[in-house]
Write a protein that binds this ligand. Structure first.
Ligand code: GLN
Length: 366
């Protein structure tokens, strides 16, 4: 795309609302569940977070692309969002350290976007109407045709997506002679989680989503297990719930983040539910009720554990609560070495308040 020519594009929501904007990224059509992230920075980390697979991302920060793309600043090997909706899509960038422009990056990876959208109006609309599917196109400008395509897109509710983003082969991260060995069940793991392990003397081995507990034990004999973040509906992942149950039965140290938290709840008979609107941003206040301390957290989830079921459970206790909506942000399993949080302590991007949870996991493995 020439810097000066902006071609038309359309964003159609499942409730029939239409936004007209300009083509960004690859010319084409894309679909997914629309969601918004309120972070003021870290767009590249957001684009490459596998938890966003299948979702069209609305960025509320007014400028996207303005500091360019740096090859190192990724959370996985590729862009995972299904599409981008933004206000100012900046092809020119300011940072000397950047390797390329957002436009080259999106074109290389076949990502379709739309810019020049009033994202404040759009976000207020989604906030009031709740999560829904959407379609972006810069090639089909006929609304009936777009609607027909959008009608075919499955709901995120009930969708298993981890098997589409997980590694196909096992790989290791960190130094082989590190004192702790963690088996990572890769449901869509972010690189910064592995970096946080490495910096704490952990040798991690990453396993495909459908690896069983027995296979991980036999192959790696880990000191502890990590259940990763990832996309999709946790209730559609009985295979992973089974693995978590087996790790619990063997009473191995276990830490879960986000999707991993939801699976730890499911393994303790606590159901999960789709949220009206997810939590996605870098400034969500969470209270650690064990030490009576507030953390500002990085979040990205569209499902949650059912709070009443957690409160009624005699198997788990609540460790963290969201101060905006009182949702359950952390649990630990009574009598076991297992705990989890709904938010992202590795926070890439985001504040580092919650990194102590990685240290807590190390203590459990000591
Ligand atoms: N970041 C994550 O692990 C997200 C978990 C789950 N897919 C959700 O949207 O709630």
């Amino acid at each position: 795309m020439n810097y000066f020519t902006k071609l038309p594009a359309i964003l159609l929501l499942a409730d029939g609302t239409v936004f007209y904007g300009k083509a960004a990224g690859k010319m084409g059509t894309t679909t997914g569940e629309i969601c918004f992230n309120t972070g003021m920075t870290g767009y590249q980390e957001i684009f490459t977070d596998p938890s966003y697979f299948g979702q069209i991302m609305v960025t509320t920060n007014a400028h996207i692309g303005n500091y360019g793309i740096a090859n190192e600043e990724v959370e996985s090997g590729r862009i995972q969002i299904a599409g981008l909706v933004c206000k100012n899509y900046n092809i020119a960038y300011s940072r000397k350290q950047a390797d390329e422009s957002i436009q080259d990056y999106f074109q290389e990876q076949n990502i379709v976007g739309i810019s020049d959208i009033d994202t404040r109006q759009l976000v207020r609309h989604i906030r009031d109407k709740g999560a829904m599917n959407a379609i972006i196109s810069s090639e089909i400008l006929d609304l009936d045709e777009l609607k027909a395509k959008l009608d075919l897109v499955p709901s995120m509710d009930g969708l298993e997506l981890s098997s589409q983003v997980t590694t196909t082969e096992t790989y290791t991260f960190g130094s082989e002679d590190a004192p702790y060995r963690v088996a990572v069940l890769d449901l869509g793991v972010k690189k910064n989680i592995l970096r946080n392990f490495d910096s704490r003397d952990v040798y991690a081995k990453v396993f495909p989503a459908k690896t069983t507990y027995a296979e991980m034990e036999k192959d790696f004999a880990p000191t502890g297990y990590f259940i990763s973040n990832g996309p999709g509906d946790p209730a559609a992942m009985p295979y992973a719930v089974e693995t978590v149950k087996e790790i619990l039965a063997a009473d191995k140290p276990m830490f879960g983040i986000c999707l991993g938290h939801q699976l730890l709840a499911l393994a303790n008979d606590i159901p999960t539910q789709k949220m009206f609107n997810g939590h996605r941003g870098l400034n969500h206040p969470v209270k650690n009720i064990i030490i009576n301390h507030c953390e500002v957290t990085s979040q990205n989830h569209g499902f949650g554990v059912v709070p009443e079921a957690v409160r009624a459970s005699d198997k788990v206790e609540i460790t963290h609560v969201n101060l905006n909506d009182q949702s359950i942000e952390g649990i630990r399993v009574k009598g076991k070495k297992a705990f989890s949080v709904q938010y992202h302590p590795e926070s890439s991007p985001g504040p580092h308040d919650s990194r102590y949870l990685f240290d807590d996991f190390i203590k459990l493995m000591k």
